[in-house]
Design a protein around this ligand. Structure first.
Ligand SMILES: [Zn+2]
Ligand SMILES: [Zn+2]
Length: 267
């Protein structure tokens, strides 16, 4: 595909490609019976978010008073959370529909580790609503990449699935503009400083079409912001105009610790 032409032609070409991709995914993977993504209860009608009333009432949405940088819920009058007071990335903002806890964590785990790809419908719908609610702007959607080995191991890249779902819903082209140029140690139990060092220079932008474009970078969880920032640096180096980040969930704080059940909590 030649993306170097006019914006409309470029968008139309990308859209056709990803609409066909999305339909292929839909045909093969999504269950016919509509059930709650969390508790499995059958839903009487097709809902925007595939969650029953009880699960939706428990879902940890970020609410209206959020950190201007990372988008996490704030419980006092400040503009920024502790994470972002002195340390903000080169992206303009991150926004997420959910706080990474409880039901949000369950949904993302089921998608990533339970292979329940249909959960991208619910998370994608929530993310699209967050994009619109926050007046976010974008010409192109890009996503946080995995290395080929990482993707082979999981079988898919959840960030790419979310990006494609968003592309459909927001009618925006999705480009695999970023590649991960080297393996990195698993991030989950590293401190913020260790994460930054671990991931420094791990990404590169391979599409010149990002030049002078407003980009929306999609990932599943925003934790310390180091991954988002490294991806943003690679995109800005390729002359992107600006980068906003949209993730399914944002952690409240940034220090990861192992919880009693062997999972990860943030303190
Ligand atoms: Zn439910
Ligand atoms: Zn913040």
């Amino acid at each position: 595909m030649n993306f170097s032409g006019r914006t409309a032609a470029f968008r139309a070409a990308c859209k056709r490609f990803f609409v066909s991709m999305a339909h292929k995914i839909d045909e093969g993977l999504f269950p016919e019976d509509i059930t709650c993504d969390l508790c499995g209860k059958e839903l009487d009608e097709k809902l925007r978010y595939r969650l029953c009333g009880e699960c939706i009432s428990k879902a940890p949405f970020v609410g209206d008073h959020i950190c201007l940088n990372c988008g996490v819920t704030l419980t006092d009058e400040s503009d920024y959370c502790i994470r972002c007071q002195n340390d903000r990335g080169e992206y303009l903002m991150n926004r997420s529909p959910l706080v990474y806890e409880g039901e949000a964590k369950e949904l993302i785990y089921a998608l990533k580790f339970g292979g329940k790809k249909y959960i991208v419908h619910t998370l994608g719908a929530m993310m699209a609503d967050t994009f619109l609610k926050n007046g976010m702007e974008a010409d192109i959607i890009v996503f946080v990449p995995m290395t080929a080995a990482e993707e082979k191991k999981r079988g898919f890249n959840q960030s790419e699935l979310l990006a494609r779902e968003l592309g459909e819903r927001l009618q925006l082209p999705v480009l695999p503009a970023l590649i991960k140029v080297r393996e990195t140690a698993t991030q989950k139990l590293l401190t913020a400083g260790e994460r930054a060092k671990n991931i420094e220079g791990a990404f590169a932008c391979v599409f010149s079409q990002v030049k002078q474009r407003k980009l929306l970078l999609v990932d599943d969880v925003f934790t310390t912001g180091t991954t988002a920032n490294e991806c943003t640096k690679a995109l800005l180096k390729a002359k992107a105009k600006e980068v906003r980040v949209l993730t399914a969930a944002v952690t409240k704080k940034k220090i990861p610790v192992e919880s009693k059940d062997g999972d990860v909590d943030y303190i």
